[in-house]
Design a protein around this ligand. Structure first.
Ligand SMILES: C=C(O[C@@H]1C=C(C(=O)O)C=C[C@H]1O)C(=O)O
Length: 319
């Protein structure tokens, strides 16, 4: 089989819903690019604008345990001690949790289309040669480009109510905003005030950052921005190395990005609130930003909340 992907998408920019098969292509021809957390993006071009889904029989079985609370808390302590020693300012640590599902539920997810959920980018992605299926509903825009106008989100800090944001959350979101501003040397940059924004049952602090650039394309900014401190840390390269070492099992596409070129615009989403589907269940990933003021127990609970929100979107978000 040629190198390729099958993808089904639901998002207001891809109306009403969209599915297709795409083949590997050189980057300058790409209509879709998929980047892992760490490593180079892969580029694809549509070959067929219809993709029904994958057969249940092609999926592998998951048989590795979820991240234990003990291991996650230990990693959080390591991260906090690196921050207190002055090596990092912020780092995002993640974990994985497996939810068993019966054959009917897995088959139903595979054969349906993701529902449109608010402004989230809802997708199924089948990596054909690896026989891996990723599924998610992410609220986070990494880059939007319409003509020469660009937009990105600085999205970080999590709470269950809009009144629960304190200095820790504002600080962790501010790290992301500062990093983005450093990557975008443009006189036209505009940064909106950080405000609590509701994404179903969770609130995040969000600023929208916009700029105009006649000279650079989306690829240029994707390379500069990814991975932002919303999913990695500051400084970028040493926190990325720390994450790879501490988390032990690669994140693969979690906290990577999915870029799609439509007729009117180019859009890239951070691949969050997602999971990998197996023939016996779904493996969900979630993380949170750690700063000097992090409380490990609260960080664990934050990832529980994100995992539960993702599970609801994945299980109910089909039609
Ligand atoms: C890393 C995740 O989310 C990111 C981290 C956040 C945080 O640290 O509060 C909030 C939103 C996202 O930018 C995730 O959902 O797994």
């Amino acid at each position: 089989m040629a190198l390729g992907i099958g993808i089904k998408i639901s998002h207001p920019s891809f109306s009403p819903q969209f599915s297709g098969l795409a083949q590997s292509c050189p980057d300058y021809q790409a209509e879709i690019s998929i980047a892992p957390f760490s490593g180079d993006p892969r580029h694809y071009r549509f070959s067929d604008k219809s993709f029904k889904g994958v057969p249940y029989s092609s999926l592998k079985t998951w048989n590795t345990p979820s991240t234990s609370k003990e291991d996650y808390l230990k990693s959080l302590e390591q991260a906090i001690s690196q921050i207190k020693s002055g090596n990092f300012e912020k780092v995002v640590l993640s974990r994985r949790k497996f939810f068993p599902l019966g054959k009917e539920s897995v088959s139903a997810i595979l054969s349906t289309t993701p529902k449109r959920l608010e402004n989230k980018f809802c997708y199924h992605l089948h990596l054909l040669e690896e026989n891996k299926v990723w599924i998610g509903a992410t609220p986070e825009i990494l880059l939007s480009k319409k003509q020469q106008d660009f937009l990105t989100f600085s999205l970080a800090g999590t709470a269950l109510s809009e009144n629960d944001f304190g200095p820790k959350e504002f600080e962790e979101q501010e790290f992301v905003t500062k990093y983005i501003i450093d990557q975008v040397p443009s006189n036209s940059i505009k940064v909106s005030q950080a405000l609590p924004t509701k994404f179903k049952n969770l609130f995040h602090l969000k600023s929208e950052i916009t700029w105009h650039d006649e000279n650079n394309n989306a690829t240029y900014y994707l390379n500069k921005l990814h991975p932002t401190p919303a999913v990695c840390g500051i400084p970028r390269s040493s926190t990325q190395a720390f994450i790879i070492e501490e988390e032990q099992v690669p994140r693969e596409l979690y906290t990577g990005y999915i870029y799609i070129k439509s007729l009117e615009k180019e859009l890239a989403f951070v691949n969050l609130r997602c999971g990998q589907l197996f023939n016996n269940g779904v493996l969900i990933y979630a993380g949170g930003g750690i700063t000097a003021d992090s409380n490990p127990e609260a960080e664990w609970q934050e990832t529980e909340n994100k995992i539960n929100a993702t599970l609801i979107d994945i299980i109910n978000g089909h039609e």
